[in-house]
Design a protein. Structure first.
Length: 266
């Protein structure tokens, strides 16, 4: 499937800022099933390209001098081929054990540990992992605005409300209870027949099955394997290491942010 994507982020400030620095993970990953046909990033300031610790093509954006707005637009087209039961092929330099370390957003508390023991077992196969996604989707109803991107998994389970980031973080927390390698994925999803499109989050889980050893990609929010409707931007231990845009600014006043994402099949 060929996906046409446009992702615009605008920061506005009530007072001029003297300095902004942001890390951009806005370039789709080059993987065997995903190929960039065209892609560009437009922004003010200076961008320096680098590859981060998790193999994500990233940019460090710096803006100096008085500014009251920062507008970043990433756009292009990506060819994504279907995955067999979410299975990702290709070699990677990092050990999957890197993704067994709990983080602030995926630290399990007693309630999460109990939930993990009920819905997941060590050395689980792909079908069991999708079952965990179904349990999370049922336990944490999708509700925009109920949480923020920095809400820990334990809080989302307690609130019983959240969005895709919360579903992904709770899945990671459950996996880490059992020492199962799992990583956060940021990206885009084709909205299908709806008019709604946005950035999305899901997970990769390491499995060792009779006919496959490697990463399996699971869309927790939709309780299914990820496929050719998913465009992958970055992977990390949680949102904080895979966020499309993160940064700081120097200056007074309040900040507001607006995001507009368009994803369409071509």
């Amino acid at each position: 499937m060929r996906l046409s994507i446009r992702h615009e982020t605008v920061y506005r400030y009530t007072a001029p800022q003297s300095y902004t620095i942001q890390q951009l993970r806005l370039t789709p990953r080059s993987e065997p099933h995903q190929h960039i046909l065209s892609w560009r990033i437009a922004s003010p300031g200076e961008r320096n390209e680098f590859v981060d610790a998790f193999g994500n093509l990233s940019h460090m954006l710096t803006i100096t001098g008085a500014h009251e707005q920062v507008r970043v637009v990433a756009s292009g087209s990506v060819e994504v081929t279907p995955l067999d039961r979410g299975r990702l092929t290709g070699s990677e330099s990092l050990s999957p054990l890197v993704f067994t370390v709990p983080t602030r957003l995926s630290e399990p508390d007693e309630a999460v540990e109990d939930f993990a023991r009920e819905h997941l077992r060590p050395h689980a196969g792909s079908s069991t992992l999708v079952g965990l996604a179904e349990a999370i989707r049922d336990a944490v109803c999708y509700q925009s605005g109920a949480t923020v991107v920095t809400t820990p998994a334990a809080d989302a389970l307690r609130l019983k409300r959240g969005v895709c980031q919360d579903h992904a973080h709770l899945f990671l927390a459950c996996c880490r209870v059992h020492g199962v390698p799992a990583r956060y994925v940021s990206g885009y999803i084709d909205p299908g027949g709806t008019d709604h499109a946005e950035t999305h989050a899901w997970v990769d889980v390491w499995v060792e099955e009779s006919d496959f050893t490697g990463w399996v990609s699971i869309d927790v929010t939709h309780a299914r394997f990820a496929g050719d409707a998913h465009c992958r931007l970055a992977v990390g231990r949680d949102y904080e290491s895979a966020a499309p845009i993160r940064g700081v600014r120097q200056g007074s006043g309040a900040e507001s942010m607006s995001v507009r994402v368009e994803v369409a099949r071509r």
